[in-house]
Design a protein. Structure first.
Length: 308
């Protein structure tokens, strides 16, 4: 690692089946790794012990607290260890052997150009571009930045604050990105960098129609409650980014219609979306109510899961 800055990785996990390959990929690139288990319970203790034996710091939260709380716990531990730069990851991500250095180089280039940059993300998250159009001589601004693979200088956290635990899951990274932009510390991309990540599961309709239509990506059913709720909270919180949020909200609504059409049974999915909308308008955050979680657990998809 370059001596100019101490870089630590924070990796959040939930019910991991085994030690994530990401840890071995990151170990030579950073000064330390904090693995935060988000309340998986005793069933994963063997995996966490294996991670400890590798020399990584492990924080096991006593209950499932959401991605915002898990990231914040890891970030605090990394800062206590002296981190200047923190790179956050989900357990499903994978990186190249030069990934962290690429993001640090983009950060240093922006600093050398007197550009007030905030977090740095790879240009490609899986096959999705996170870059806005920009002229080739200036830092490229990010759009729709995702927190897995995001490099965050600690001075940005001092200015902007931590992740919003109130949102629990979904759009936590969007809220952080927009708060950075509002503070004059926009998120930038590391050109050419790529983070491999699994973007939900791919499904295809059964029968002749499925052969004609493209496969769709679907999340775990409970996520649609949080997406519907947090979209409203984000829209109200970040009114200065109204035009962008209108576009993203329209895309979400189309996505909700697809999920509703493919949900089996449909009524529980309709309840999730309706309650998410109601709770968002009321400004309620935190974990979803237990009755909704039970309904979400009963939902399956009227489609065939595709091989990964």
């Amino acid at each position: 690692m370059p001596s100019r800055a101490s870089a630590w990785a924070v990796v959040t996990v939930y019910r991991p089946d085994s030690t994530p390959p990401l840890l071995a990929q990151l170990a030579p690139q950073v000064d330390g790794i904090v693995v935060v288990d988000d309340g998986s319970g005793p069933d994963v203790e063997d995996v966490l012990q294996a991670v400890r034996r590798l020399g990584h710091d492990v924080l096991a939260l006593t209950e499932n607290s959401g991605i915002g709380a898990a990231l914040n716990a890891g970030i605090r531990r990394a800062r206590e260890a002296g981190a200047d730069l923190i790179v956050t990851f989900d357990q499903d991500s994978e990186v190249s052997s030069t990934y962290v250095e690429e993001l640090m180089t983009a950060h240093d280039a922006a600093t050398a150009a007197s550009f007030a940059a905030g977090p740095v993300v790879p240009e490609y998250f899986a096959d999705v571009s996170q870059a806005e159009a920009s002229d080739a001589s200036s830092p490229v601004l990010a759009s729709h930045a995702i927190q897995s693979g995001m490099l965050i200088p600690v001075n940005v956290l001092d200015r902007v604050g931590m992740m919003d635990e109130h949102l629990f899951i979904d759009l936590v990274d969007t809220d952080f990105e927009l708060r950075c932009a509002a503070a004059g510390l926009p998120c930038i991309v590391s050109r050419g960098s790529r983070l491999e990540h699994r973007l939900g599961a791919r499904y295809r309709l059964r029968g002749p129609l499925g052969a004609l239509l493209p496969a769709v990506t679907l999340s775990t059913p409970f996520r649609y409650y949080y997406r519907a709720r947090n979209r409203i909270i984000i829209d109200r919180r970040h009114r200065r980014f109204r035009s962008r949020l209108i576009r993203e909200g329209l895309a979400d609504r189309i996505y909700f219609l697809v999920a509703l059409a493919l949900a089996k049974p449909r009524r529980p999915m309709w309840v999730l979306l309706r309650r998410g909308t109601q709770d968002g308008r009321a400004g309620r955050g935190g974990r979803m109510p237990a009755d909704l979680a039970a309904q979400a657990a009963a939902i399956t998809w009227r489609a065939e899961r595709q091989p990964e």
